[in-house]
Design a protein around this ligand. Structure first.
Ligand SMILES: [Zn+2]
Length: 413
């Protein structure tokens, strides 16, 4: 058994982790090495008394497991690996296992999140050495249990994890660009939604939202910086998961004057298509907007985040704190984007909407969330995958940002 669960109470480590977590000090910029160990397959079998998952691994890897309720999730953390699973193993429903997601959780840690439709227990977890045609295999057996037992095991697993986590020495964040004397560039934060273990929406041709929005974000950054006068900060530059509140923290640390979150989502109505722009509101403008915010806000849940060790997110207070000015500027930015994009790309009906998106809750940075289109719509998906279209979107957004700042300057006079 290689899952290491030493029961060492390490209160100061927990406090340190809490502080690090609250400050949100993570380094989003890093490269995934081609030398990472490879997970080449995930096989799942239903047995009379259990569901067995087997991961084929290139190396003998250590792992930790914890479990989270509501919804029931089993989270398997590995060292940073490269997932190279066949399409058939990407996700599937097998008995009580409703599906799974995997990817980079943070630099150094890759994660597999298994969704369970009912309470399950980890009956066994071990690594088998190579034999015959097989290399190293991680075996995970899940067996039925009841909610009470799940909750008890969940609590214990989280405590073990906290006690065992070695605080990483995190790189010092780069100095805030505006602090550099003489640098009077506008700081713009662009937030490519999702990433790593959270793929976001999955398109009709199986394209991932996380990959599309990263491409558009990078194109927009290049476009803005080529125009001069902008310092563009991306909340992520690679396929890594970033917590929602950390996205806001990155923007604020960089001294961003505006925050633009890029998404491309999926909805049951396959005919729905077009771009839409959202601002934060306690009361969603309509049911579609409310449903969308609910699904976007699930990012942290999807990625298997454990919030039991964090302060509750005080959303209502944050909304109250949001200054009138920030709200007004967000609205102005959103309207500008709609006006600029309208002639260039297809818009959703009533493209200016609002809802309670967690990622828009910076009290002092005007923020908008743009749904570039719907990956559930064949035409939208095809268009968003097209590099020329991505370039066109980036130009339109850059024009919107230009116009927004020109308007702010004239308002100051
Ligand atoms: Zn999204």
């Amino acid at each position: 058994m290689r899952g290491v669960f030493a029961p060492l109470p390490a209160f100061c480590v927990m406090v340190f982790l809490l502080i690090v977590g609250l400050l949100g000090i993570t380094q989003p910029v890093f490269a995934q090495s081609g030398k990472d160990p490879v997970i080449s397959n995930l096989r799942v079998g239903q047995h009379p008394d259990k569901i067995r998952l087997v991961l084929d691994m290139s190396n003998d890897l250590s792992f930790t497991i914890f479990q989270l309720p509501d919804p029931y999730r089993i989270v398997l953390d590995l060292p940073q690996v490269s997932f190279d699973l066949p399409k058939t193993a990407r996700t599937r429903s097998v008995g009580a296992v409703g599906g799974w997601r995997y990817g980079l959780f943070e630099p150094g840690t890759s994660r597999l999140v298994i969704d369970a439709k009912a309470p399950v227990k980890v009956a066994a977890a071990f690594v088998l050495p190579p034999s015959g045609d097989h290399g190293h295999r991680l075996v995970l057996d899940l067996a039925p249990t009841d909610r009470n037992a799940f909750m008890v095991a969940s609590k214990a697993s989280i405590e073990r994890r906290m006690a065992n986590r070695t605080p990483r020495v995190r790189p010092t964040p780069a100095p805030n660009p505006p602090a550099v004397p003489g640098d009077d560039r506008r700081v713009v934060a662009i937030d490519p939604g999702h990433g790593g273990v959270d793929p976001g929406a999955i398109g009709v041709s199986k394209v991932y939202e996380k990959d599309l929005v990263l491409k558009v974000a990078k194109t927009l950054k290049a476009e803005l910086e080529s125009r001069g006068g902008y310092n563009v900060v991306l909340t992520r530059e690679s396929d890594v998961y970033i917590q929602l509140r950390e996205r806001i923290a990155i923007a604020r640390r960089a001294g961003a004057e505006i925050f633009i979150s890029l998404h491309a989502d999926s909805i049951d109505d396959k005919d729905l298509r077009g771009l839409s722009v959202y601002t934060l509101s306690e009361n969603a403008s309509d049911e579609e907007a409310a449903a969308l915010a609910t699904s976007e806000n699930k990012s942290d849940i999807i990625a298997g985040m454990d919030f039991s060790t964090e302060e509750p997110v005080v959303t209502d207070i944050l909304i109250d704190l949001a200054q009138r000015r920030t709200m007004n500027l967000s609205t102005r930015l959103a309207n500008t984007v709609v006006e600029e994009m309208g002639p260039r790309t297809r818009l959703l009906n009533r493209p200016r909407r609002s809802a309670g998106f967690a990622v828009l809750k910076a009290p002092d940075v005007p923020s908008v969330l743009i749904e570039l289109g719907f990956l559930s719509n064949t035409d939208d998906e095809k268009s968003l995958r097209n590099a020329a279209k991505q370039e066109q979107l980036a130009q339109g957004l850059a024009d919107s940002i230009d116009r927004f700042f020109v308007g702010m300057q004239s308002a100051r006079r």
